[in-house]
Design a protein around this ligand. Structure first.
Ligand SMILES: [Cu+2]
Length: 431
């Protein structure tokens, strides 16, 4: 946990066993399985290495090789796309005083081993605390649970480290809790869909990808068959719920199923569902509550005007973007401070998950159809499913600003296997 404006220093020591598999002529195959690094997903921080060279910020182009590893790459392949760090590394993440509060997360992001390492739970929550007095009282005073949807099940994280797999959450009638839910799955298509129409529970979404909207959104409406609803999370997405057990609820146990919706939609067998188990018991509590839907918003300026420069990006078959697998070359050069509109198309026939580092984006269109002002999907986020349609490519259109930080970083599919196999592009913001 950190406050807006904090500097987060992380000393990473790679004690995984040495595996001499870093060097490869094909960077878009699984390789360097025990070589790692660190990405702060959703944070608005520098993507570079500090000019002193002593610290890396959110730079996924560094590789921290395991202890004991000797990598004579020059003898094996022409070049390494990443800069090697030997066995340990210092990361420094400087958040600005105006950094949004919210639910973010960190995970390994070394191209070629991202999928395997995140699946092995090299990931955790990264919470930027609310500024005092900004959130309504009933949210500020609610006790919090951080839940990570992982391939091993649902993990209730412990602030001291680790967590409990498939926990039971005990609540009193009338109790209010804030659940921060992170979809950290890395195997399979890894979408998660929460079936939220539970009678005993009132559920409102109060943030998506950490960012607070201007109004809370009721999500227990019962119309839960639409994968684009608020409770569907692409891999990498987070949702914050404020939940209340109805004050008149009797002692009971129930669960919210977490469904690998896309696997089911594709007709794949063995869709693994975990669940959020809730047990209601004890004397009723009169936790603070409100019927007012107003929230403070994300603290980001709305984007009304965009530069005439618009980009079109295509998720294309065989884990490519614009027909090309990742090659470590800059594909989009963007001036610092630019406000742009991007349309991400998807011609692959399957759903993918667009993610960009450093700056969040505001989604305005899905499949070319403008989202109305009050559509809950017209929102800020840093990761978004990009649909595929029966009759042709799907798309999302977004607006974003390239603020504060120059440097190279990436856009990629957050189905992490796809990223490792090449569905990634480098962009550069130039000042
Ligand atoms: Cu993908």
């Amino acid at each position: 946990m950190a406050d807006p404006g904090d500097t987060i220093d992380v000393y990473l020591i790679n004690e995984l066993p040495a595996l001499h598999d870093d060097c490869t002529d094909n960077h878009n195959a699984f390789h360097g399985q025990n070589t790692t690094n660190l990405h702060t997903h959703g944070l608005h921080v520098s993507p570079t290495t500090y000019s002193s060279g002593r610290f890396d910020a959110d730079n996924v182009f560094v590789s921290v090789v395991p202890k004991g590893q000797v990598v004579p790459c020059a003898e094996v392949s022409e070049k390494s796309l990443n800069t090697l760090r030997w066995h340990q590394n210092k990361f420094r993440f400087e958040t600005g005083a105006d950094h949004p509060s919210g639910t973010f997360w960190y995970h390994a992001h070394k191209h070629g081993s991202t999928c395997q390492q995140v699946a092995a739970r090299l990931a955790g929550p990264l919470i930027i605390r609310d500024r005092p007095g900004v959130m309504p009282n009933y949210i500020a005073r609610a006790s919090e649970k951080i839940l990570m949807v992982m391939n091993q099940g649902l993990v209730l994280t412990d602030p001291a480290g680790g967590g409990i797999v498939d926990p039971t959450i005990r609540m009193h009638p009338g109790e209010v809790q804030r659940w921060r839910i992170i979809n950290a799955q890395a195997i399979g298509n890894s979408f998660a869909y929460l079936r939220t129409n539970v009678r005993e529970l009132e559920i409102y979404q109060i943030a998506f990808d950490g960012l607070t909207p201007h109004r809370r959104i009721r999500v227990d409406q019962g119309n839960d068959d639409e994968p684009w609803l608020n409770s569907a999370l692409a891999p990498g997405n987070r949702t914050d719920f404020i939940v209340r057990i109805r004050p008149d609820a009797k002692d009971s146990s129930f669960s919210i199923p977490v469904i690998r919706e896309v696997r089911e939609a594709l007709g794949l067998s063995g869709a693994i569902a975990s669940e959020i188990k809730i047990e209601v018991a004890g004397k009723p509590l009169s936790s603070p509550w409100s019927d007012d839907d107003v929230l403070p918003g994300p603290g980001l300026e709305p984007i009304a005007e965009v530069s005439p420069f618009r980009r079109e990006i295509m998720f294309s078959p065989q884990f490519r973007i614009d027909g090309q697998a990742y090659d470590g070359e800059v594909k989009h050069s963007i001036p610092l401070g630019a406000t742009e509109e991007w349309t991400i198309h998807n011609s692959t026939g399957g759903v993918h998950a667009f993610h960009i580092h450093v700056n969040p984006f505001f989604v305005t269109h899905i499949n070319g159809i403008e989202l109305t002002e009050y559509d809950p999907l017209r929102r800020w986020q840093d990761t978004s499913a990009v649909p595929s349609n029966d009759d042709g490519p799907g798309s999302i259109t977004l607006r974003t600003r390239f603020e504060t930080f120059t440097g190279k970083f990436v856009i990629h599919c957050h189905i992490l296997r796809h990223e490792d196999l090449g569905m990634m592009q480098m962009v550069e913001v130039t000042g």
